[in-house]
Write a protein that binds this ligand. Structure first.
Ligand code: PMP
Length: 304
């Protein structure tokens, strides 16, 4: 098959049955989102937020400047989509996030503004709003509150998983939460097809979903500073809080045992899936999401 644009390559990622020992004879199926053209689950969101912004009249092709606070992957997704409509883009990125992701955003044509690491995504969001106030013809898609975020995953990732399963049973869905869009949207779609599915959110230590104290963590892309608005009305069966050490141990193990080059949020999702398998019935099917790959974290010594 010949494809005619990079945008046709977004989505329809493989669902891989992991060849590892899972407690209770269960299996873990992972959606390999690093296969998207920009390398992450967020390519889906970048394209949807830009095209919905155009449909709603917030974005005028060849004119509007997009400004967004991002840890990087959403920025890469938006930068890809912005090329399609010739839109200038500015991303506000806290200092702590991977330099590789910032280099990729620049290669795609974006300008980067860094904010102090200790201000977190809240600081980056405030800075993005400030820049938008100073920039005529600008628009902030704002992934943290934009309803397009969960809707994107409810319309794409969830239905893809249901189609991949082709009628086989599903016991649990396990996924990390940053904005919470991937988790909330996908869980909603899966629950419509599998009403009894257990929805398990994954966070790193230092994130507040399980009530623990807020602090910095090395696991990148997941972790929340406040309860995502997308979780309103959503039944979350369990929150798994995973240490950086456990997440990075799974990253190394995935490379050495499975030939899979995954990022740290995928490592956390894998550890959480293994934990959940311990208390699920025997022979359960667990679906998880691997949001990105290790290539964009090599400089941080992800395999050291
Ligand atoms: N993993 C990685 C690597 C990410 O970049 C993101 C997005 N920040 C997530 C997980 C979490 O996705 P979401 O924002 O939809 O919760």
């Amino acid at each position: 098959m010949i494809y005619h644009s990079v945008y046709q390559l977004i989505g329809h990622t493989p669902l891989l049955d992991l060849d590892i020992d899972v407690p209770n004879g269960s299996r873990i199926l992972a959606k390999l989102e690093m296969k998207n053209p920009g390398g992450s689950v967020k390519d889906r969101l970048g394209l949807e937020m830009v095209e919905e912004g155009i449909r709603q009249g917030h974005i005028i092709p060849e004119k509007t400047t997009l400004i967004e606070p991002t840890a990087g992957n959403t920025g890469i997704g938006i930068a890809l989509a912005a090329q399609k409509y010739h839109l200038p883009v500015v991303f506000v990125v806290p200092d702590k996030f991977s330099p590789e992701k910032q280099m990729i955003m620049k290669a795609l044509g974006a300008k980067i503004v860094n904010t102090p690491a200790n201000g977190g995504m809240k600081g980056a969001s405030a800075k993005a709003k400030e820049l938008a106030d100073q920039t005529p013809d600008s628009y902030v898609p704002m992934q943290f509150t934009n309803p397009v975020n969960p809707l994107t995953y409810e319309r794409t990732l969830g239905p893809e998983i249901i189609a991949d399963l082709a009628g086989q049973p599903l016991t649990a869905f396990v996924a990390g939460a940053g904005t919470g869009g991937t988790f909330a949207g996908t869980a909603r779609a899966l629950r419509a097809a599998y009403p009894d599915v257990q929805a398990v959110a994954v966070e790193p230590e230092g994130s507040i979903l399980n009530g623990g104290p807020e602090h910095q963590h090395r696991t990148e892309g997941i972790g929340v500073e406040m309860i995502p608005p997308f979780f309103k009305g959503l039944k979350i069966n369990e929150v798994q809080t995973i240490s950086d050490d456990d997440a990075f141990a799974q990253v190394k193990r995935a490379a050495s045992d499975l030939g899979l080059l995954i990022g740290s949020s995928s490592g956390a999702a894998l550890q959480a899936s293994l934990n959940v398998a311990q208390h699920l019935p025997a022979k359960s099917t667990i679906v998880t999401i691997f949001p990105d790959g290790s290539d964009r974290y090599l400089g941080e010594g992800i395999y050291n």
